[in-house]
Design a protein around this ligand. Sequence first.
Ligand SMILES: Nc1nc2c(c(=O)[nH]1)N[C@H]1C(S)=C(S)[C@@H](COP(=O)(O)OP(=O)(O)OC[C@H]3O[C@@H](n4cnc5c(=O)[nH]c(N)nc54)[C@H](O)[C@@H]3O)O[C@H]1N2
Ligand SMILES: Nc1nc2c(c(=O)[nH]1)N[C@H]1C(S)=C(S)[C@@H](COP(=O)(O)OP(=O)(O)OC[C@H]3O[C@@H](n4cnc5c(=O)[nH]c(N)nc54)[C@H](O)[C@@H]3O)O[C@H]1N2
Ligand code: SF4
Ligand SMILES: [Mo]
Length: 581
Amino acid sequence: MRLTTCPLDCFDGCSIAVNEELKLKGNKSHPITQGYLCHHLNHYHTFERIEEPRYLGQSISMEEALRILEEKLRAHEPSKTLYFKGSGNLGVMQGVTKRFFAEHKAVLASGSLCDEAGDAGVNESRGANLCLSPLHVKEAEVVILWGRNPTVTNSHMLPALKGKTLIVIDPIKIDLAQNAALHIQIKPKGDLYLALLLCRLIAIEDMEDQTFLNERTLNPKDFLEYISGIPMRKLLDKSEVHLDDVGALLRLIQGKKVSILVGIGVQKYSFGHSVLRAIDAFGAMLGLFGKVGCGVSYLSNSGFGFNAPFKVSAKTEPLPIANFGKYDLIFIQGGNPLSQMPCTSKVKEGLDKAKCIVYFGLHENETSAKAHLIIPAKSFLEKEDLKLSYGHHFIGRMPKLVESALGISEYGLAQAMLKAFGHEALQSEESIIEGVIASNSTLKEGFLISKTYEDLPYEKTFYTPSGKFEFLDEYEDEPLEEEGFFLIAAKQNKSLNSQFVTDDYLYVPRSLGFVQEDRVRLTNRYGSCEYSVMPSDTLRDDCLLLYSGAKNANQLTPHAMSQKGQCAIYQEMKVKLEKVT
Ligand SMILES: Nc1nc2c(c(=O)[nH]1)N[C@H]1C(S)=C(S)[C@@H](COP(=O)(O)OP(=O)(O)OC[C@H]3O[C@@H](n4cnc5c(=O)[nH]c(N)nc54)[C@H](O)[C@@H]3O)O[C@H]1N2
Ligand SMILES: Nc1nc2c(c(=O)[nH]1)N[C@H]1C(S)=C(S)[C@@H](COP(=O)(O)OP(=O)(O)OC[C@H]3O[C@@H](n4cnc5c(=O)[nH]c(N)nc54)[C@H](O)[C@@H]3O)O[C@H]1N2
Ligand code: SF4
Ligand SMILES: [Mo]
C-alpha cells in the first residue's frame, strides 16, 4: 500500500491509499480524508482515457507527436502562439509547461474560470486568502454555508458540520438546507446587499466586536458611515430577503462561534470581488477572524507562503475572454474551453480560425474533438507531483506509483521542448518538489502541513500593507436586464466540471408546469439553445439551473470578465425561456 493525493480541482485534497492492483481507497489515518473518497476517484479506472497521440485524426507515436509540436512551434510566431491551461489537475507540477512557453515568448492565458473574482476581494480585505479546514470548522457552533454546497463539492467538510446549527444562504434549496435552522433563499446576485444589511443591523443592535474593530481593522468608522448612507430599502430589495429572516440569522449567531463557508456562487458576477469584501466585512464586524472555530473561508490560495517554482513573466491574454481568433497556434492543457469557457459561440468562432490546436489532456472532450494534434497526458498515478489544497493545510505528496507506456507527463513535455529550442533545462522533478515543500512546511502530528497554519488563520496579522483588516469603501454594481430568468451555474455530484459523468438537464421550477424531457429554448444576447427539462422543487421561481459540464452549459454565458481578478462571470445575465413545440 502506498500513499498519494487526489489531483482533482476540489477543496478536499484527499489522501489516497493505493494497493498493488492500483485500487484506490481513502486513507483512514488522514485527518481530512477519514477513509473515504468520492464518486470520481472511486470509479477512476472506469473512465476511458486517451491512449495514443493523434495528428489530423491519425494515430501516431509520442516521438512523432513531440516532433510535430516542435515543428508547429517553429512554424508559427511566438506572439501568435497561445498557452491555455485549465484545471483538470491541480498538482503543482502542472504549471511546468508554462516555463517553456514563457521562454518561447508565447502568450499565456491568465486569469480564471473559477474563483479569482472572490479571491481578489479577499486579498483586498485580508491581504492573503487563507482557509478554514474541516478541523477548524469542527470547533464552530454555527456554520453559515454562503453559496457553497459541501454535499457535492466539499464532502469531507460534512463530518465537521454534524450537530452544528446550519444557516444556508443560497438561491437553491441544497440538500443541507433541509437540516438547516434557517435557509435564506436569496435572489441571485443579492449577497453583497445582504452582507451590508447584516453589517448595518449589527451596528444598530450594538452587536459588533469593538475590541476587534479598534485593534485589528483599519477603517471601521469610515465603513460604518459608508453603509449607513445606503438606504435600508435598497439592501432589502436587492437581496429579496425578509427582515424577519435577517433578524433570525442574527439571533442564531449572537455570542456563538461562527464559521462562514463561502463558495464561488456568490461571485459569478462582475463585482464578485466586492461581494467577498462585503461578506468579509460582516465577519470582521463580528470579530470572527483569528479565533477558534470562527472565521470566513473561501477557496483559499493553496500556494500561499510557498515558493512558486514556475512563476514566469510573459505577455498575457485574459483567460475568460481569450480571443482565440488572434492566434495561429493554441496549446490547451488540462482544460476543455469548448465546454467550460463562457460564451461557447465566441470560443468556437475563435478556435475555428486557428491554424493548429494542440490538446494535451487525459480524456476526450469537446475540445479534443476539435484539436489537430492530441497529446495524451499521464495520469496522476504515473508521474511525480505535489498537491497543495485550497480547502485545508495538509501537503499532499503525489509520487509516481506506476510506470506506464501511455502519455507523457507535463514535466516530460516541457523538458523535451526546452531542449529542442536550446533553453535551459529544468532541475529534477524531485528537487523542484522538495524545494516547494521546504519553502513553507512543518511537521505536525506526523503530517506535513503548511507552516502558515501553525497559528490560526489571521490570529497574528492580516497580510495587508497596514497589517489590519481593510473594509470596502465602494462597489460598482452593473444592473442586469429586468426581464427573464437567472441561470444558475452549479456543480454536480458525479462530474468534476466536464470530466466523468455529466448531467445535461436544464432544471426548471415545477411551478412552470413542464414535465421531464419537455424541450425548451433559452435565448439571450449571447446566444440561443435548446435543452431538455427536468422540473425541480429546489429552485426559486425566477431561477433555472444548468450544471457545470452539462452539454451546452455555456451557450448563453457572458463573454465578459469580472472587474477584478480576470474571472469568468457566468451569472451576469438573464435568459428568456420558450417551449419548443
Ligand atoms: N462533485 C464536484 N465537486 C466539485 C466540482 C464539481 O464539478 N463536482 N468542482 C470543483 C470546483 S472547480 C469548484 S470551483 C468548487 C466550487 O464549489 P462550490 O462553490 O460549492 O460550488 P457551486 O456549485 O459552483 O456553487 C455553490 C452554490 O452557490 C449557489 N449560488 C449560485 N448563485 C448564487 C448567488 O448569487 N448567491 C448565493 N448565495 N449562492 C449562489 C449555487 O446554488 C450552489 O449551491 O467545487 C469543486 N468540487
Ligand atoms: N456553465 C458553467 N461553466 C463553468 C463552471 C460552471 O459552474 N458553470 N465552472 C467553472 C469552473 S469553477 C472551473 S474550475 C472550470 C473548469 O473547466 P476546465 O478547466 O476546462 O476543467 P474540466 O472540465 O474538468 O476539464 C479538464 C480536462 O483536463 C484534463 N486532465 C485531467 N487530468 C489531467 C492531467 O493530469 N494532465 C493534463 N494535461 N490534462 C488533464 C482532462 O482531459 C479534462 O478533460 O469550468 C468553469 N466553467
Ligand atoms: S472528494 Fe475531492 S479530493 Fe476527495 S477524492 Fe473526490 S475529488 Fe478528490
Ligand atoms: Mo472551479
